[in-house]
Unconditional design. Sequence first.
Length: 91
Amino acid sequence: MVNVPKNFQDYDDDDPDYNRRDRRLHYWNVLKNLKAEFTEETGSTKSEEYVDWLEIKYGFKPKINYEGYLTDDYEIIDEQKYLIYVLKHGE
């Protein structure tokens, strides 16, 4: 995993998705913490199972690029479960 300095900004201040891009570091940190939670609960480290677990437990599915890596975008599958995620970890 790459360590990016917190003051690094790879978007313009007038970007229409400024708020989402500004919160990306928080999202990546939460995904890292959730991966530890997933491993503790299931004993697995498989990425495919991790994505399925996120969908089942927290109601969102991270989008994956053509190379099989997680992106900074996600789709909300179950709003009630996603609300639990937001209350527990923030947006």
